[in-house]
Ligand binder design. Sequence first.
Ligand code: GRG
Length: 300
Amino acid sequence: MTDFQSELSGIAKAIEVALDEYLSAERLGGPGAPPDRLVAAMRHGSLNGGKRLRPLLVKQAAAVFGMEREQSLVAGLAVELIHCYSLIHDDLPAMDDDDFRRGQATVHKAYDDATAILAGDALLTHAFALLAGESCHADPAIRVRLVAELAAGAGAGGMVGGQMRDIEGESRGFSEGEIAQMQAMKTGALIRASVRMGAILGGADAAALTALTLYGEAAGRAFQLADDILDVTASAEAMGKATGKDAAAGKQTLVARLGVEAARKHLDGIIAEAIAALGAFGPEAEPLRATARYFGSRTT
Ligand code: GRG
């Protein structure tokens, strides 16, 4: 196992344990008792074997400033809750209409549409409760910055806005620049926010935050491009066809425009850009470099 693989599997285990603990009726809080069905649907949509890449990025960016895994876990968990909520809502019939996610029935299939909407809403809300709590960071000023950062990445100018642009583009078509902008918001903004949140937790100064932001933006582009390449190549291999699910559904991606070979070259360039952004940091940024390289060679 490489250092990267063992780090990823370590954070994945830590996040599973934390999800199990925090997504319980006792820990969810509120003036009333959270309904069992809602809690079960929230757990179904999050305790289901995701890769946990976003908490990994929070941890790795915080580690640049000497923070231990435990010190960035709650912030990483908050980002993961947002990610899980987005997947639950994205799978709904009104959006992508998917029956399976992470190898099991999607939340609306296992429960129903209304429960899936509410489970997503509750995960989204709870993410901010976690960031506001003392177990996230002792300093309230840092907690407020984390709340603002995650809200910016997840909201109308970030992930949600990107999803809206994607839906709009399906009917009217996109230029290459518009695809890049949509993807930077839809998937890139949460990856960027993850890295910046780690930097904020670690007390990064302005120059370090700028460098890590550039890394986060490049990592976000790399992640999405790798995902689009995988959609074409993995599905084509599995089904003996030339296109994957998104491509078959006519999704507008850079791979569809450039072709797989040119997209792979473009991906190599983005990985180099992400690594170059870390130039001012020493060995403490090696895990972030390894993650960038992983984005360039993903097979799942
Ligand atoms: C519905 C508000 C709302 C937003 C949806 C992120 C998103 C916006 C939709 C997801 C659509 C999708 C599958 C995009 C491809 C990139 C992506 C986010 C893949 C899933 O992320 P991974 O690979 O998944 O980190 P795991 O399951 O490992 O967490």
